[in-house]
Design a protein. Sequence first.
Lengths: 268, 222, 440
Amino acid sequence: MKKLKFHYNMTIEFTSPISNHNFKLKCLPKSGSRQTVSELNFEITPNVKLSDGTDGFGNLTRYGNISEEHTLFGVNVEGVCEVNGGFYDEDVNPSMLGLFKVQTPLTKSGEALTEFGNRLSLPEGDNLTKSRYIMHEVYKHFEYVPKATGIATSAEESFALGKGVCQDYSQSMLSICRSMGIPCRYVTGLLMGEGETHAWAEIYSNGKWYGLDPTNDVEVSENHIVISTGRDSADCSINRGIFRGNGTQSQKIYVKVEEVHDTNSNAG
Amino acid sequence: MGIITIEQNDSLFWLGRYTERVYTTVKLYANHYDTMIDEIAESYQKFCIDMNIPDIYGSKDNFIKSYAFDNDNPDSIISNMTRAYDNAIILRDEIGSDGLSYIQLSMYDIQKAEKSHSPMLEIQKLVDHILAFWGYMDDSIDSKRTRDAIKVGKRLERIDLYARLKVPRAQLSKEISKLYYRLPVSGLPYDKFKLEQTKMLAESEKVDYYSIVENIESLVEI
Amino acid sequence: MEDMYKLLEYTDSVNELLARYGVKFGIYKNNTFKEQLFPFDSIPRIIKADEFAVLEKGLKQRVVALNLFLKDIYSKKSIVKDGIVPEDFIFASSGYMPQMEGAFPVNDIYSHISGIDLVQSKDGKWYILEDNLRVPSGASYPMMARDLCRRSAPDVFANTSIEDNRNYADLLRRTMDNVNVGGHTVILTPGRYNAAYFEHSYLAERTGAHLVTNNALKVEDDKLYYLDASGKKERVGAVYRRISDEYLDPINFNSESLIGIPHLFDVFKKGNVAIINAPGNGVADDKGIYYFVPKMIKYYLGEDPILNNAPTYLPFYEDDMKYVLDNFDKLVLKDVAEAGGYGVVFGSKLSGTEKEDFINLLKSEPRRFIGQEVIDFKDLEILDDGNIVPRKADLRAFVLMADEPLVWRSGLTRYSRNPDSFIVNSSQGGGFKDTWVLSR
């Protein structure tokens, strides 16, 4: 078990003022059998009254409306997350498992993914064994290139391009796993270190969820904090908003995750 | 009940304006129609000048057709009738299916007039149905707010048209004073200063028709 | 019942009144919106009292089961676990909305207003053709038509015992009030350029609900408010929405929607407003799930279905695929994702290559189609150009879930104007009739 201190900050600047801004955030890690969140500190700019909810996948949401004009929208989240490990029992309604076998518009395979899937010779074994293999093949196929793809890029498009970021790696992996009948889901989360938010895949094997991180070709460990899970990246958007106004927006994200060692801990 | 949205207020007001515009312009058109039957001179040109609408007609025959029935001519009677209908159709729950039916019938009347060899007979029905609508409104629409929004539109449009046609001061002044009392109790947003000013303009020795039109057009803030 | 023919002489006057009251539907032709009168045929469909009593019982049973199914699907999914409905037919359905997981509609009612389409075969047996649990339309037309027929031909109605169908507004009001959590009831329309705008406005007038577009509504502090022009706002307790799921709320569904209300779904999920019908009902009314409705009735209610489906085959199952291929020419094939008479193919009408292409498509996407026996419809008489001729017709029955299930003792009878067509949809040129349910 590791105790991680996390910090997530997002600011969006608008070149001209916007108003009637409705937003929904999915940026709060939730507590469950995998991880326990504490000492949560949340701030929003401009400061408005917020509501809390959960989505259909059990992810935490926080939402509201800013009616006044503003040119800056900011969210700051800090807290501590104790992570038990990479695999865990289901927290979400297990009857929904079948949903994670179905492709979505973002994971649906086209020519490139289908052909690639047909050429794979999967190892014998359980879903985890097969998925590890798929992860490695996806990792080898992609070249990590930021800005080659966007948030709306589908698995097929990025896979045909052979370039992309964690979202593209993960959705391509989901696409292949689903075509092999393996239930799997998309995860948005935070990774030890400094940088941006991260994404990976979770696959279902022997009654448990296992995190696999195809961007780094590693199994998800105590260094990963899960924020949200869903069918694809669209289900896990950290910020969804609509507003009145035009002008362009620029978004900055800062993430920092570091391990904390309790001073009074007697663990070696 | 007792709640009216901004959109509904807007539609009620414009329903009042367009029914009045159709009613008054139809009457003017009917007078000109009669004059033009045995006339060679192009008297419609003066009509265009009075109404402050562009003269796009070229001939008396074309004026008779286009001013009444051309859907593509934004000044035509049928275009204004269509606008009245477009506002009424979204007000079924305010004015009732019966109220709406008179506007629907007026719409059919103008469409029938276009196809008729004696259009003035159908146009008479159009006038009857608009009057029936106003009568229905007075008699059967219970909500005062609903009635007032339509009536303010109707009064305001009449003043606008009368000022453009430069009717005698007494006639214009009478219409303005009716609006002067109704507008403040209607619940519609309006410019108090402009209302006072309009009243004063109509009372002065030499009526400044142009300023009255300008004032009236921006009086209600919808 | 010879009196029904007496109405023929009033055909023109009834149609004139329908025009007067703007009984129309909208249609897009070459991208421009046009309003069309919905052609009305004055010869009514007549259903005897005892015959309708059976229909009524069967319709209630069906709609109760469908509501239990929806509740089950968006929570425990017992029917899937118990192997009655394969999960492919749930999660791969475009009508399934994961957002509805963990949402609990007031009184467990999902489909408040259900439009169940039936046909009668030549031997007099009724078959269910389709369930419409999203935003079924059409009740307003017969409501209005009855009123106008009675006005035109009072003598016809003086001598018959017909259930008065003008109570639909009361049934609807009772249904809306039953789930209203406190506040106004509104009917949410996408606007006047919608095919069913007449109905939206007429139902608002008759139920006393406010007809609104999204501009008049706003969410604040997890509650929905109705905005008055003077600036005051009042709570809304129930929304009878006449816009489809995806457009309901741009924050939770399609973000491109300009006709929805941001956060409406969040308010619903908190239990602070009723949405009529609930989102996500599409999972229970697609043509694939239709096959399973008789099984649902057995599963949830432990009863035998009172009303039958048209004999249906699911190519998803191997045996059924074989049957469909062996009997292709006598079956009708339907695309489960399509509605309104589209995506319907008669096996016998395909040419050699068309048939080959279709069978290949069927084999590659078996989940996408159902095969059905062609029912030998009982024709109804209509007046066409002065002659009485037979035409295909269906019946849309309306079932309302209020404090108890209610069946409207009437319905929308639609007929095809084309003698060769089985398709009765108004968007494809059909007309409608009044439906008389005899009271004794």
